[in-house]
Design a protein around this ligand. Structure first.
Ligand SMILES: NC(=O)c1ccc[n+]([C@@H]2O[C@H](COP(=O)([O-])OP(=O)(O)OC[C@H]3O[C@@H](n4cnc5c(N)ncnc54)[C@H](O)[C@@H]3O)[C@@H](O)[C@H]2O)c1
Length: 320
């Protein structure tokens, strides 16, 4: 007997699986017995171009190591693309157990330069892309009464990062998407969680390269040292175990967000402070009690809107 977590007889679809983080997810799941659709459009980090090579090479690598994988190069950005990606899994193996929405691009700009042309493509790939692939997968999962969905969010959205209003909006939209899928999937053995990875991939390299260059040689040396010392510890392979666990049959949680990098893993959550109550709340009371409103002592983590409402009503009853 072994307590190794395995994915035998399960089919996983991984979008953006031709490189970076997605490829590590594909490799790990396949090494544990999953049959994997490696989807990837094979474009640049900013979403230009396309090629079948990335997906095909990643699928080939899995097969060379004795695993089962097929390549798919459709874009996640349309309903037809999403359907085609899921059809690739259905045509090959007749089922879909795991969907990892990982495909992503970047396109930073300060907000004053954030035109609709820069904003929309990010929503198309991250948020609408996850929607387009999840819809046909959901249908299959509902029918079979089993599914694991993992969406990819980001600290750049959850916590906010300059120049990333497009990326941050899309990534945080995925938080709501994950929470609602978790709520709707609860009665159907479908679990939906999200990961906020930190990994040294071409995407992180692009962000670092796009930052203002150091003013002098000494500052550049410090940056180089930082890269060697720390960034290289952000091996994307170290994110894969968290993703694999969250998509495993044994995963006990749903609707949650895990942040992970360099082998460290922890959980992000939305907390509600105890707050302040006044039956005739005025602007001045908000000003005068802001510290109490913001005080994190005794916060709660509501599981959904009904929980929050219950907390509010319980407080009102206690005050009567
Ligand atoms: N690297 C990090 O530190 C980090 C941090 C937070 C979130 N993320 C997220 O993790 C995911 C993976 O990013 P990564 O760092 O591995 O970058 P990456 O650029 O190596 O991987 C993204 C992959 O998505 C593919 N892709 C892009 N548009 C696509 C489309 N329309 N259809 C199908 N595939 C498409 C790309 O070809 C690429 O292979 C992304 O969603 C990214 O936003 C990464």
């Amino acid at each position: 007997m072994t307590n190794e977590l395995r994915f035998d007889d399960q089919v996983a679809v991984i979008t953006g699986g031709g490189g970076g983080l997605g490829q590590q997810y594909a490799l790990l799941l396949a090494s544990r017995g999953a049959r994997v659709v490696v989807n990837d459009i094979g474009g640049s980090v900013t979403g230009d171009g396309s090629s079948t090579e990335a997906a095909e090479a990643a699928a080939l690598e899995i097969r060379d190591e004795g695993g089962e994988a097929v390549a798919d190069s459709h874009s996640v950005t349309s309903p037809e693309g999403g359907q085609a990606i899921i059809d690739t899994a259905l045509d090959a193996w007749g089922r879909v157990d795991i969907l990892i929405n990982n495909a992503g691009i970047v396109g930073d700009a300060p907000f004053e330069d954030m035109t609709a042309e820069r904003f929309e493509p990010l929503l198309d790939v991250h948020l609408r892309g996850a929607f387009h692939v999840t819809r046909p997968a959901w249908k299959v999962m509902r029918e079979q009464g089993y599914g694991r969905i993992l969406n990819t969010t980001s600290a750049a959205g959850l916590l906010g990062n300059v120049g990333m209003s497009n990326y941050g909006s899309a990534k945080t939209g995925l938080l709501g998407f994950t929470r609602v899928l978790a709520a709707e999937g609860a009665d159907h053995n479908i679990k939906a969680n999200a990961v906020a990875p930190i990994a040294f991939t071409r995407m992180l390299t692009h962000s670092i390269d796009g930052a203002a260059p150091p003013a002098d040689a000494a500052a550049q040396a410090v940056l180089d040292e930082l890269t060697n010392q720390y960034l290289k510890k952000l091996d994307p392979a170290l994110v894969a175990p968290v993703v694999a666990f969250l998509t495993h049959r044994d995963c006990p949680v749903t609707g949650e967000v895990y942040t992970t990098g360099a082998g460290h893993v922890s959980r992000f959550f939305i907390g509600r402070t105890k707050g302040f109550y006044s039956p005739g709340l005025s602007i001045e009371e908000v000003r005068d009690h802001l510290a109490q409103i913001r005080d994190e002592a005794g916060y709660t983590v509501p599981g959904g809107p009904a929980d929050e409402m219950a907390e509010l009503f319980a407080m009102l009853m206690a005050e009567q």
